[in-house]
Design a protein around this ligand. Structure first.
Ligand code: ATP
Ligand code: MG
Length: 224
């Protein structure tokens, strides 16, 4: 493997914004593969009503046969044998072992990026991977001074600079923004409105009344 992107999330449900982001970054960073990794027990929000197995199935349906995208079930499998939350740190440790010295890229929306200081072992993520921050068309939370101070000096000047080392740097990248969030999709479902165009058709067609009920009972995350 020459380079790998990691795109984690709750994906309740996965939507076209997620899919486009994975594809755009794969092309922009010339990644061999992007692993889409649904979490089992997100540390920063209520455990979703929708079981992880179902969120995994939706991710597989959304990805279909798109080349280079791969749905990775490791966080869901890990939750069967360990009781901790799904920490990105643990996932990157595993992937780093599998990859050797190839560059590893953690892909994050700016809402998640600006909350990085609340993540388990957040500084150590840079020992394992590069971080790529992508703007979303919503106002993100302001990053605290502690995070800004840490990021200063670790900013890459270009995508080429990232390719020259396995991890340790971050780069902001802009991709054409799609104003879609899972929160908005859950709200539309709650209101009985259509979600066509926001969520891949294969996922929409698989939704059972029980899925819709679980999605509409999901609490809003602390940030979305
Ligand atoms: P929710 O509203 O439930 O928080 P979400 O749409 O934010 O859902 P998550 O599963 O929380 O989706 O996000 C997973 C990752 O995808 C995060 O890094 C988030 O910033 C990013 N992301 C989600 N939607 C988009 C989008 N439209 N454009 C770019 N990044 C996105
Ligand atoms: Mg979110």
């Amino acid at each position: 493997m020459k380079s790998l992107g990691v795109f984690g999330g709750t994906f309740a449900p996965i939507h076209s914004g997620h899919l486009r982001l994975a594809i755009e970054l794969k092309e922009r960073l010339q990644l061999e593969r992007v692993h889409i990794i649904p979490n089992a027990r997100p540390p920063h929000r209520a455990i979703p009503e929708v079981p992880p197995q179902r969120r995994l199935e939706w991710a597989r349906l959304a990805v279909g046969d798109e080349p280079g995208l791969f749905v990775d079930d490791r966080e869901v499998r890990r939750a069967l044998s360990r009781s901790e939350p799904s920490y990105t740190y643990d996932t990157l440790v595993e992937l780093r072992h599998e990859l050797g010295d190839a560059p590893l890229y953690l892909l994050l929306g700016d809402d998640a990026a600006n909350n990085l200081h609340t993540w388990h072992q957040w500084r150590e993520l840079f020992d394992l991977a590069h971080l790529i921050f992508v703007e979303r068309p919503f106002e993100p939370p302001a990053p605290p001074a502690e995070l800004n101070a840490f990021l200063r000096g670790r900013k890459a000047q270009s995508a080429e600079a990232l390719r020259a080392q396995p991890g340790g740097l971050w780069l902001p990248l802009s991709v054409p923004p799609l104003a879609i969030s899972s929160t908005r999709i859950r709200r539309l479902l709650k209101a009985g409105r259509s979600i066509r165009g926001l969520v891949p058709d294969a996922v929409i067609h698989s939704l059972t009344p029980q899925d819709v009920l679980a999605l509409t009972h999901d609490e809003d995350p602390a940030y979305d």
